[in-house]
Design a protein around this ligand. Structure first.
Ligand code: FE
Length: 183
């Protein structure tokens, strides 16, 4: 079971190597690998490296096309991804994944210059996702376990859009995923 799931996750990451990531010049697989690599280089624990690798797995299990935000659709990929992961991983992996979109809304509400740093596709999806958080939403967000990890993941997410950046491949990161699997 464990081996089958690991193989399934690796296969999804490889298949989506063909699929463009939003409006950017990289594919979804490169985006996942760059995010995981940023977490690894920052010295984050295995759970956050795994979460970074898997944060957009929701894009790899639904069938809404490559950039639903362009069609005005919030694909809620953070919830789709969390549903896919929740039976197999603990909250140290699933909560940063679930909260990574909220973390973008949080940072836009919290840091005056964060919005200006967003890529074009992040700006487009932000409005569909509810826009910057209000002061009350910020307080509620900071009350959630793993909110700090979600913010770290969100920064890796935004940084993981570098065309041509060569990273280690999927097999390099799968041991982190295996290590975090429950049971
Ligand atoms: Fe992402």
């Amino acid at each position: 079971m464990t081996q089958a799931l690991l193989a399934d996750i690796a296969r999804r990451l490889d298949i989506h190597g063909q699929h463009q990531y939003g409006l950017s010049d990289i594919n979804q697989s490169q985006h996942a690998l760059q995010a995981a690599w940023l977490a690894e280089q920052a010295g984050d624990p295995p759970a956050l490296i795994a979460a970074a690798l898997l944060h957009d797995i929701g894009h790899m299990v639904h069938d809404l096309g490559e950039n639903p935000a362009a069609d005005g659709v919030d694909d809620q990929h953070e919830d789709v991804g969390t549903a896919f992961l929740k039976d197999h991983f603990g909250p140290d992996v699933t909560e940063p994944v679930r909260l990574h979109v909220a973390a973008k809304r949080y940072l836009c509400g919290k840091e005056a210059d964060y919005f200006a740093k967003l890529s074009q596709d992040s700006v487009l999806s932000l409005s569909l996702q509810g826009g910057p958080m209000s002061a009350d939403e910020i307080v509620a967000f900071e009350a959630q376990p793993f909110w700090r990890e979600a913010v770290r993941l969100r920064r890796y997410d935004e940084g993981a859009k570098v065309k041509g950046l060569v990273t280690p491949d999927v097999s390099h990161f799968m041991p982190y995923v295996a290590q975090c699997m429950a049971g």
